[in-house]
Design a protein. Sequence first.
Length: 419
Amino acid sequence: MSYDRVEVPSEGEAVELAEGEDELDVPERPIVPIIYGDGVGTDVGPAAQQVLSAAAEATGRSIEWMRVYAGASAREEYDTNLPEDTLDAFREFKVGIKGPLTTPVGAGYRSLNVALRQRLDLYANVRPTYYIDGVPSPVSEPEDMDMVSFRENTEDVYAGIEWEAGTEEVEQVREFVADEMGFGESIHEGDVGIGIKPISEFGTKRLVRRAIDYALERGRDTVTLVHKGNIMKFTEGTFRDWGYEVAEEEYGETVISEDTLWKEQDGEAAPGTVVVNDRIADNMLQQLLTRTGQYDVLAMPNLNGDYLSDSAGAQIGGLGIAPGANLGDGRFVAEPVHGSAPKYEGQDKVNPTAMILSGRIMLEHLGWEEASELIYDAVEEAILDKRLTYDIERQIEGAERVGTSEFADIVIENIERNA
């Protein structure tokens, strides 16, 4: 494939899908597209790239990076926010990583991050949330948090189907809802904005299937369907029902519902069995605090997943260290949870840990478990040594403040020493 303004590295090979399988055929030197991102992405992107390269090289491999563009950098290179070159690179090379993006006013997108996920059909936003020893936390036992959120990426209110108050279009929708569907009393008089919340069987089942597969592969005990089906019975309630259908119809005895477990097995699951249960979303927010250790994998519609995964991130010390990734069928793009924080751009100040740990998920996806563990240990060692960026340093007495690039150098030193 040819690209307009970016070059494919002369060395390295593309990650491929193994023929007839859902597994990857990973070369020793894969080509990996990277978007540094906007705002602090210009700082954390290069820092993470250096750490990931060091971990790969420490385990006898290497990464050929392919710089691609979105957001501000794309406007400079292409005069557009999301060029086809970037989308084509992620499609062709299967695995990539991106920093945070800012959607400018009048950009034609509600969100560049959402647009990228939707254009590539990256339907599962995956956020592992785990505590790293030494990070200050607002809760007394942050180490109890070890949970992975699977958030549906393409539907729900994030589908962007809505109409602005005062427009001709919204009045057409109001008239249809009131007169044709009989819900006139549900809408107040005067200006109103209206949105539609689509949740499909197809979108739900492929997300829940991903969550269950992950739990089976990683030895997790439970998958929890988080929904507001007590009120939104035909959207989130059906998300719950379709989720149970996947568990009951596709996995045999390896997956069992919580209800069946108690009725037939007195609450005792066989070794290697994944138990599927469900929780109401508002109750789940408080159970994250009160029963943290009881939850392994969560599967959720988009909006619930946004709230809950951010709340879980707060328990381990904040979004500055919270990693994430987006998965589709045969495609993977890692990205940190935090935003672009443009006021700190170029100051070599912010914490690159979330971007580094997002890259760690990418290495796990490639099957490079040894390199992934080297990164975890090296980051934890840097934190325990109290050599930290300002966001954590200011909370720890006697800590040494370092910049973005210096923190990356410290992590790399730890990787090379521990390899």
